[in-house]
Design a binder for this molecule. Structure first.
Ligand code: FUB
Length: 320
């Protein structure tokens, strides 16, 4: 049984990206709501239109809602669907990276800039050049910032090969290498890719890339990167098999070797998380659909403690 704490019973919030800024935990979730759009495989029912920011001084303390910090109508290139986001801090500025469909219904990554961790954030006029798909995660290492992204099915990653739209827009066959999440270093001003996005390769125990048919282990969406004892932990959702898994590498680019399951399936179709250290303990932020009685588009964010064994392996947390 996952004894995690629901963080905000007043509203539906999903995909929580947690960071420690100014000595507090800040949480950047997607803001679910009942838009009335029918559920489908493209995820049209995830029709989110704004972001709120939350903070807390203790993991079991009061959760402060800092209110609306960015909305679809504030983003000059917006079409619809503000999906997962993440935030990075550099030189006194805060950068929120977000997934949004443009006016042609193609997912792009955007960035908006603020002076505090709780915004408000002002969006750039155009999406990040060369960006596509969903679920940005930004990770800082030795002063360099890296953005990870990608998600299949509704996240549109299967439309692309070598960073270009391809036809037919389809997934690899089961026996072929799985579609990989992407990584790119960010420019010094944090607003652009400093390089062409590269594949984040996840290897099996024999050193071979995971296959598309390996649905219990291959990448689907929800990239997250954290560092523990000098190693790089890349974690992600397996989507249609509803697991949060992880793989370990020696540098931000990988390759990463698959290690196991962090979170078993929760109530709800999607599962999405972040991992953060706070006051010498580690925490998993995630969501489930228990409060909405299983409505996949109305998710509630949670936090639960995450532990490692003596070999640095993450102990599996039960989603239900
Ligand atoms: O919240 C919309 C989408 O659902 C996210 O971008 C995915 O990771 C999944 O959680």
């Amino acid at each position: 049984m996952n004894k995690g704490r629901y963080l905000y019973p007043n509203d539906y919030m999903a995909d929580p990206s947690a960071h420690v800024f100014e000595g507090k935990i800040y949480i950047y979730p997607s803001h679910d709501w009942e838009s009335g759009i029918e559920e489908n495989d493209n995820g049209d029912h995830f029709n989110m239109k704004d972001y709120h920011v939350f903070s807390m001084e203790e993991v079991d303390g009061e959760v402060i809602d800092h209110g609306k910090v960015l909305a679809v109508e504030d983003i000059p290139w917006s079409g619809r669907q503000l999906w997962d986001s993440d935030v990075a801090h550099k030189d006194g500025k805060y950068y929120i990276y977000f997934s949004l469909k443009d006016k042609t219904d193609i997912f792009r990554l955007g960035v908006a800039v603020g002076d505090t961790p709780y915004g408000p954030f002002v969006a750039e006029k155009t999406p990040i050049d060369g960006s596509y798909s969903i679920d940005p995660c930004v990770f800082e290492d030795n002063g360099d910032y890296y953005i990870y992204f990608g998600g299949i099915w509704g996240g549109q990653l299967q439309f692309y090969r070598n960073n270009k739209i391809t036809f037919p827009m389809c997934l690899p066959h089961s026996h072929e290498n799985a579609l990989s999440p992407k990584i790119a270093k960010l420019t010094d001003n944090m607003l652009e890719f400093a390089e062409e996005p590269q594949d984040v390769i996840i290897l099996d125990e024999n050193g071979n890339p995971l296959k598309q048919g390996d649905t219990e282990r291959r990448f689907f969406e929800a990239s997250w990167l954290h560092k523990y004892n000098g190693k790089y932990y890349f974690s992600y959702s397996t989507g249609d098999t509803h697991l949060i898994c992880y793989a370990i590498g020696d540098n931000p680019y990988g390759p990463f070797t698959y290690q196991g399951v962090i979170l078993t399936p929760v109530i709800g179709w999607t599962t999405h998380h972040s991992i953060v250290e706070f006051k010498d303990k580690w925490y998993l932020f995630h969501h489930d659909c228990v409060p909405s009685k299983g409505k996949t588009w109305l998710r509630s964010m949670k936090v639960t403690e995450l532990e490692y064994d003596e070999n640095g392996l993450i102990k599996t947390i039960q989603g239900q």
